[in-house]
Design a protein around this ligand. Structure first.
Ligand code: UD1
Ligand code: UDP
Length: 353
């Protein structure tokens, strides 16, 4: 079978790595990189260090408004579908690259496979929520990471070809964590000691694009005692410099460029706590049993909230500081499968070879 896979944003390169490794054993896969993320540390670094095959097509759409960015992708992907005539189109997660791929294919009657289907925050102000709902409703095969995701789809009357296979991000963590231990030098590079720093990531539009929210977040960081390391997303770096917020006033904070996957796994595994609004980082903290504080009002990953392994604070300074103080010892429970999600997904299509 011939699969056209559309990827474009950082977490999609990480999710695609284990699936492509399985898929390419028996099938043909063609990669379309939309170019949604393009800085070296947001894109190429993952292809190099995770041995992901190079994209066959690169649309170079770059950054723009939602409408223009998605429309440019749609136009480019449609043409590639005409040229390549794939049997299936494969998309991951909830970004603009996801919905563009799904829409282009569904209208040309190419069955869409959605990996990480069924996630919901129930907050339609998030662009990701709109992308997820739309993608799920036009997909032919929906591979869910959790039972909650399956139930969310049931509640929307989506039940055909819905499978809980576990989370491909868990596959990726299991595959790479020893490699990370062997190869990453990030702790010594930045003079960090195990268990003695907080790891921060922030990039959600609801936080970065609301001046009151981002100011609260920075105020909270300035009140957290101890070392903090923050590989900063370009979106957030641009917004903070536009606002003229001076991060040098935050004590003990190291701002660094976004890092590769082996380095982030090392940073997560050795952190005292994770402070984030990232979907992927909430899960990685949970997989690696590191307490997480999430700067959001809701999470799609509700399983991680059990026993306060992950605590939702929104951007309230008091709540953030309170959550940081809590003594939490997370232990992984197998809500996210057994690390074989990629193989289970591919098995669905092997009978067609
Ligand atoms: C996107 C996804 C989000 C996902 C995140 C992963 C959508 C709507 N959002 O958010 O769901 O969690 O990716 O990281 O699809 N920029 C650069 N260099 C880059 C990429 C981005 O400078 O390589 C800057 C640009 O100023 C751009 C901004 O970041 O305008 C936002 O990028 P964009 O891809 O639109 O959204 P993300 O916030 O990255
Ligand atoms: N990540 C990374 N380098 C970084 C920050 C994050 O490799 O500097 C990884 C992170 O470990 C996770 C993925 O990128 O696997 C999450 O992406 P992001 O937070 O950008 O998006 P989200 O998961 O919120 O959609």
């Amino acid at each position: 079978m011939k699969f056209l896979t559309v990827i474009g944003a950082r977490p999609q390169f990480i999710k695609a790595a284990p699936v492509s490794r399985e898929l390419r054993k028996l099938h043909t896969e063609i990669y379309v990189h939309t170019g949604q993320h393009y800085d070296k540390n947001m894109s190429d670094i993952f292809f190099d260090e995770l041995n992901i095959p190079k994209p066959d097509y690169h649309l170079n759409v770059g950054s723009s408004t939602h409408g223009k960015q998605t429309a440019d992708m749609l136009e480019g992907i449609e043409q590639i579908i005409f040229d390549e005539k794939p049997d299936y189109l494969l998309v991951y997660g909830d970004t603009n690259s996801t919905i563009a791929g799904a829409m282009a294919a569904a209208k040309l009657h190419i069955p869409v496979i959605h990996i990480e289907a069924g996630l919901r925050s129930f907050n339609k102000r998030m662009p990701e929520e709109i992308n997820r709902i739309m993608t799920d409703h036009i997909s032919e095969y929906l591979f869910c990471p959790t039972d909650t995701a399956v139930q969310n789809l049931k509640n929307e009357n989506v039940a055909r070809n819905v499978f809980n296979v576990g989370d491909v991000m868990y596959d990726a963590v299991l595959y790479n964590r020893n490699l990370s231990k062997e190869k990453s030098t990030i702790l010594t590079d930045h003079r960090l000691e195990k268990g003695e720093y907080y790891l921060i990531t922030v990039h959600r539009a609801e936080n970065t694009d609301d001046p009151a929210n981002i100011k609260n977040i920075i105020e909270a960081f300035s009140k957290i005692e101890g070392k903090k390391v923050w590989p900063i997303h370009p979106r957030t770096r641009n917004i903070l410099s536009g606002m003229g917020l001076d991060l040098s006033l935050v004590p003990d904070l190291q701002i660094i460029d976004p890092v590769g996957y082996l380095d982030i796994l090392s940073l997560v595994s050795n952190a005292k706590k994770i402070i984030t609004d990232s979907g992927g980082m909430q899960k990685e903290a949970y997989f690696l049993e590191i307490p997480c504080v999430t700067l959001r009002e809701q999470t799609e990953w509700v399983e991680t909230l059990e026993d306060e392994a992950n605590i939702l604070t929104g951007t309230d300074v008091g709540k953030i500081l309170e959550a940081i103080q809590k003594d939490v010892r997370p232990s992984y429970k197998d809500y996210f499968g057994d690390g074989q999600a990629s193989a289970k997904i591919v098995q669905h299509f092997n009978k067609e070879v």
